[in-house]
Design a protein around this ligand. Structure first.
Ligand code: ASP
Length: 432
């Protein structure tokens, strides 16, 4: 049983047992029991990760930025990071669009299935559409930049949806500390340094409970998705199976081709080390459906197992968790075209190019929390002239795809961190 000593194997075991328990619970009608007695352990795990996300982002970015030798280095690393983030997101979108146009999953959906799904999920779809229009109210083109700048630091630190504002504050603090004479900045720097160490310790403690947390999250999610009706779930999976396969295929191609080739070309990292080292973070992302909650784990694995320096990871990863969501962008492209195909709306090249532009922006603006991607999808649909109520078609399986796209999102962040570290000569390429 030595394989069970490895954390990622323990998490995989928790995940499989959670999946089986969720199915069993739905089949036996144990929904209430699972929700009240198993689910809370998952919620505690998720909340503890979220709890440390804001202090971690603050402490790690401030110490990371302040330890750079000058602000020029910050703009060099920052420029490189953002350019690669946007490049990989565009690549993800192209893969999604090519697959969905080639395989046309929406053309095979029978009319009665379409009508049934639309009726069943219309109330849920309306709630999402309302949320989207609320966030779009009175927005000019520069609103996304305005949203990045908080007017109250405690206000932004009080919601995990505002992580980008926390990143902004942290970078600002770091730059100011960098510009101060050493004797003035020292007390604050050692405070944040110590805060950073404390948070890392807490991450280690939380990760010890990860197998149980993942078990509970999975059991509860399957329980909720199936709504105590396993037959309903199977027929939903049957109806939307082809659409799901196209999204999953896209994610696999993006991770298996885009990420692995840029890792091969730009870094000396062996792919085995990369994927085995990152596995615990991918599994946590899969179970929590939140790259924000997974951030502490992504940072720990990237530094400890992949050998990326703290200076690079503490800047690149929090930024990536908030603005780089390749999996989400790919899914949005496939979902938008799938909905249009199902509703019999033809999307020309112009509309598809618009999807690329909007999804890149959406990936920056999407909060790193579960189901955030679908709200942005509503905005994309509205812009390309597809009825937003069409999201009713895909809502039933969205949570399952959310898990997969979140795992892809954090893999993208770690890939870019590894590449930036290699280019800055800050990658410890020797196996840990
Ligand atoms: N759950 C995703 C994330 O946190 C965002 C989304 O696609 O809904 O990365």
């Amino acid at each position: 049983m030595t394989w069970l000593k490895k954390l990622h194997n323990q998490i995989i075991l928790g995940l499989i047992l959670g999946l089986l328990f969720g199915i069993l619970s739905a089949a036996m009608g144990w929904g209430q029991f699972t929700r009240h007695w198993i689910g809370p352990f998952g919620t505690i795990f998720l909340r503890s990760l979220f709890l440390i996300a804001v202090p971690l982002v603050l402490a790690s970015i401030i110490t990371g930025v302040a330890s750079l030798s000058d602000t020029r280095k910050l703009s060099r690393i920052g420029g490189k990071t953002i350019a690669i983030y946007i490049g990989t997101t565009v690549m993800a979108l192209i893969i999604g669009l090519v697959l969905v146009n080639l395989l046309q999953p929406g053309n095979g959906v029978p009319d009665e299935v379409r009508d049934q799904l639309t009726a069943e999920y219309s109330a849920m779809a309306e709630a999402r559409t309302d949320a989207a229009s609320e966030s779009m109210e009175d927005r000019g083109p520069l609103q996304a930049i305005v949203d990045m700048v908080p007017d109250n630091i405690f206000g932004s630190a009080s919601s995990n949806r505002n992580m980008l504002q926390v990143v902004f504050v942290a970078i600002l603090f770091g730059i100011a500390l960098l510009m101060l004479p050493a004797e003035k900045s020292r007390p604050l720097l050692s405070f944040f340094d110590s805060l950073n160490e404390m948070v890392i310790k807490i991450v280690e403690l939380i990760m010890k409970t990860a197998p149980v947390g993942v078990f509970a999250l999975l059991a509860d999610t399957i329980n909720q998705v199936s709504q105590n009706d396993l037959n309903g779930l199977w027929s939903l999976l049957g109806a939307l199976g082809f659409y799901m396969i196209v999204v999953l295929l896209g994610l696999v191609v993006h991770v298996g081709v885009t990420y692995t080739s840029i890792l091969k070309v730009f870094t000396p990292m062996s792919l085995k080390r990369f994927f085995v080292g990152l596995a615990p973070a991918q599994l946590v992302a899969f179970s929590t459906s939140s790259s924000g909650a997974t951030l502490p784990v992504t940072m720990e694995m990237t530094e400890k197992n992949l050998g990326v320096s703290e200076e690079v990871s503490s800047f690149v990863l929090p930024l990536g968790a908030t603005i780089n969501m390749d999996g989400t962008a790919l899914y949005q492209a496939v979902a938008a075209v799938f909905i249009a195909q199902t509703l019999g709306i033809a999307l020309g090249l112009g509309a598809q190019l618009e999807i690329i532009l909007l999804a890149v922006l959406a990936s920056i603006g999407t909060a790193a929390v579960p189901s955030a991607g679908i709200i942005m999808l509503v905005i994309i649909l509205q812009s390309i002239g597809v009825p937003a109520a069409g999201i009713a078609l895909i809502l039933g399986v969205d949570r399952i795809l959310d898990m997969c796209r979140t795992a892809c999102n954090i893999t993208g962040d770690a890939t870019v961190a590894t590449i930036v570290a290699a280019s800055e000569d800050q990658l410890d390429a020797a196996p840990a």
